[in-house]
Design a protein around this ligand. Structure first.
Ligand code: FMN
Ligand code: SF4
Length: 547
């Protein structure tokens, strides 16, 4: 209830005068405490609400406000072992205190990545670094792009006006949109694979009710792509922005929402610029009637990718995960019915409506239809973004598209920090779809692939996963808040001291995380750890007791 009351105050001006944006703005200007207090007063909330929010995010936290450069500490850069050297070289230009960190800036195909001057870079040598720092020279983030089937997400849009004209055919026929999407069996690409039509149907059925202040509905695009190793949403925003925007627009027309919000992570400044330009063009060309788009810039937090934390974040509240039900379809942004989905999910919609849901369903497998973008990291000979028909053998993806590996790899983490650790020999058993990965004890997630080289200790990788979870936990439930921290401590101790982790205790900890966590951050991290304990038993044996 407390949150409901604060929400009604913090969101009085909803997106027009947004509390979260105001807090981010003050933090960026390193404003005084008095200015933060004034903001709280203006929104009629307690100072603690504003402090609670500003102290949460990497980029708004007081101790980080003087950072001039942010070095990527994502998993792909970590396993490539490029960042110590980068940090050292940066100390020639910045004091240690001015160098901050960012969790994955989406250069997993090259590494040595950082964010500077509101842009992201990767460098291959000291000279390049010097040029960037002194001249702020900007090089476009380039990577391979390919497709093994009918291109849905990677095809070129020839004419934007014609592309948006498709909306005319469907704008007064919400049931037809829902039917086509239902026939296509499009499932959410953000990780959980939830049927998209169901969200449209649920929000359409929510009545407008002015007595209960239900006069508005929202479309929210989850563009927080926090999984280190994933840069496919970044690809879509930077190369296919109109596919994403059209998907949101037609969803709005279908459910009766006139506003679409894109929550784009702050670590993707280029995506923000490009999507913003695309929105401007739409307005200039008058292609979307009264529909309005709004971009909210994330401020550095993985858990904000979780849908309800994301909603709280937009509202300027501390982004703790909400208890469900109610679901966003009933009680979403500012408490209003909301369709919230991932970038790639929205990007599929134009093709489905243009070609028909049945045509879409012919691609892929029965339960996993269509295509999936796969992000390959720098250990592949041709890293990049590949649009792959669901059901394709993973081996084919790695060999025909990634063109094999540059060095010896023992495993792959597929689907982000909560995705499974697939040992190299299991790749041959898997196909790229929800079911194959699930049935084999892994996860499709966002289909990012981070390679774990032979010489990277698995114990260190597991420590990284627990540290990541501990750092990013929203703190709402104690199994995750305390459990991830204790797990990290145990693995650190086992590496530094003459100490073995009690296996039974560790298994109990994983079970507590799995069944006692409110969301899939705490609940999901045991999966890759269990995979590693199963497949890398011998390597991990020295760190655990034998019971
Ligand atoms: C810790 C955590 C982080 C998440 N991060 C993302 C993310 O970055 N992008 C995303 O689309 N979904 C993310 N999700 C999943 C969302 O909660 C949600 O299921 C998804 O956005 C729904 O869209 P979809 O149905 O199109 O997949 C995350 C979930 C959790 C638990
Ligand atoms: S599992 Fe972690 S991130 Fe999720 S609600 Fe609990 S504390 Fe928050």
């Amino acid at each position: 209830m407390a949150n409901k009351n604060i929400r009604s105050l913090s969101s009085r001006k909803e997106l027009e005068d947004n509390l979260f944006e105001n807090i981010a703005d003050l933090s960026q200007r390193n404003a005084s405490t008095e200015e933060f207090q004034k903001l709280a007063k203006r929104f009629m909330v307690d100072d603690s609400v504003v402090v609670g929010t500003s102290s949460f995010y990497d980029f708004t936290r007081e101790e980080n406000r003087n950072k001039k450069i942010h070095v990527c500490n994502g998993t792909a850069c970590m396993v490539a072992k490029t960042q110590d050297n980068l940090n050292k070289n940066l100390e020639n230009y910045f004091s240690k205190d001015e160098i901050g960190h960012a969790a994955c800036v989406g250069h997993c195909h090259t590494n040595q990545a950082f964010m500077f001057d509101n842009k992201t870079f990767s460098v291959s040598n000291k000279k390049e670094l010097a040029t960037i720092i002194s001249e702020k020279t900007y090089k476009k983030n380039a990577y391979n792009i390919g497709c093994n089937t009918t291109p849905i997400l990677t095809s070129k849009i020839e004419n934007t006006t014609e592309f948006y004209a498709l909306a005319e055919k469907f704008k007064n026929n919400p049931q037809q949109v829902i039917e086509e999407i239902k026939t296509s069996n499009l499932r959410g690409r953000g990780g959980a694979g939830f049927p998209f039509w169901f969200k449209l149907d649920a929000v359409l059925k929510e009545p407008f009710n002015s007595a209960q202040d239900n006069t508005q509905k929202y479309i929210v695009c989850n563009a927080d792509e926090g999984d280190p190793g994933a840069y496919s949403d970044m690809y879509l925003m930077e190369h296919q922005a109109h596919k994403v925007l059209f998907g949101m627009y037609i969803s709005g027309l279908t459910v009766g929402a006139n506003t679409g919000v894109l929550y784009i992570r702050g670590e993707y400044p280029d995506s923000i610029r490009i999507v913003n330009d695309a929105i401007k063009k739409l307005k200039e060309k008058k292609l979307i009637g009264n529909f309005r788009f709004k971009i909210i810039r994330g401020q550095g937090s993985y858990v904000c990718g979780e849908e309800t934390a994301l909603l709280n974040s937009i509202e300027g509240l501390r982004p703790e995960v909400r208890v469900r039900p109610p679901y966003p379809a009933q009680y979403g942004l500012f408490g209003k019915p909301t369709v919230l989905s991932n970038v790639e999910t929205f990007a599929n919609i134009h093709w489905i409506l243009e070609n028909g849901g049945a045509e879409y369903a012919k691609l892929g497998t029965k339960q996993s239809t269509g295509t999936k973008l796969v992000s390959l990291d720098s250990f592949f000979n041709t890293p990049g973004i590949y649009e792959i028909e669901m059901g394709t053998p993973l081996k084919t993806v790695f060999e025909e598209y990634g063109k094999g590996l540059k060095s010896d790899i023992k495993a792959f983490q597929i689907g982000g920090p909560l995705g499974g650790i697939v040992p190299k020999h299991k790749v041959a058993d898997l196909t790229l779809d929800f079911e194959s990965l699930n049935e084999n004890g892994f996860l499709l997630g966002h289909a990012s692939v981070v390679s774990i080289p032979n010489n990277f200790p698995m114990i260190q990788f597991l420590e990284h996963l627990l540290e990541f979870t501990a750092d990013e936990s929203c703190g709402k439930c104690y199994p995750c808040r305390i459990g991830s921290f204790r797990g990290k401590e145990l693995l650190q101790k086992a590496q530094k001291e003459n100490y073995k982790v009690d296996k039974q205790l560790f298994n109990d900890l994983l079970e507590t995380l799995e069944i006692g966590s409110l969301c899939a951050l705490g609940g999901g991290v045991p999966l890759p750890i269990k995979n590693a304990l199963q497949y890398f038993k011998d390597e991990l044996k020295p760190f655990f007791t034998s019971n």
